[in-house]
Design a protein. Structure first.
Length: 159
């Protein structure tokens, strides 16, 4: 079987992460499945992925209370079983970062891509200024598109 139920322990772990660190997802209904198929993105293995359910999926992906799931998270089972608990939480935390709640009343649960793309060597190098690319992006926007982008003041940048 390609997809497998993950069991309660992982759901408890996800609930803990949501309660402590992703509180905007408290009302979201999230299904977690083990995916037994190896998946690669470029030359890297995909440890986990998450998608929001469309109308078609919602018809099938229903929890025990008859409520449709808003998201489905897929986890590579073989990898998961070799991770310690802290790493498992890191993976769940990461996948939940992809969940974005929009203003839409009918379909608020969206997916967002990664905010940064980086190199390992940069992480230490720029540790004092981890949001440098976002900061410079705002500078670029204020230079190239001053009509639509007010130059942010320092207070707005300093989150
Ligand atoms: Zn990701």
């Amino acid at each position: 079987m390609r997809f497998e139920d993950v069991g309660n322990q992982i759901y408890h772990m996800m609930e803990e992460v949501i309660t402590n660190e992703h509180t905007h997802l408290v009302g979201a209904s999230i299904c977690i499945m083990f995916d037994n198929k190896k998946r690669k993105s470029g030359d890297r293995y995909v440890l986990g992925r998450i998608k929001s359910t469309n109308d078609e999926l919602k018809a099938f992906a229903v929890n025990e209370n008859g409520q449709s799931y808003d998201y489905i998270m897929y986890i590579d089972k073989e990898v998961w079983l070799r991770l310690d608990e802290e790493d498992q939480k890191k993976l769940i935390y990461h996948e939940l970062c992809h969940c974005k709640i929009s203003d839409s009343e009918t379909a608020p649960y969206k997916i967002q891509g990664h905010e940064i793309e980086t190199f390992y060597s940069e992480i230490d190098r720029n540790s004092e200024d981890p949001r440098w690319a976002e900061r410079m992006g705002l500078i670029a926007a204020s230079v190239h598109d001053p009509e639509n982008n007010e130059a942010p003041n320092e207070g707005e940048l300093d989150e």
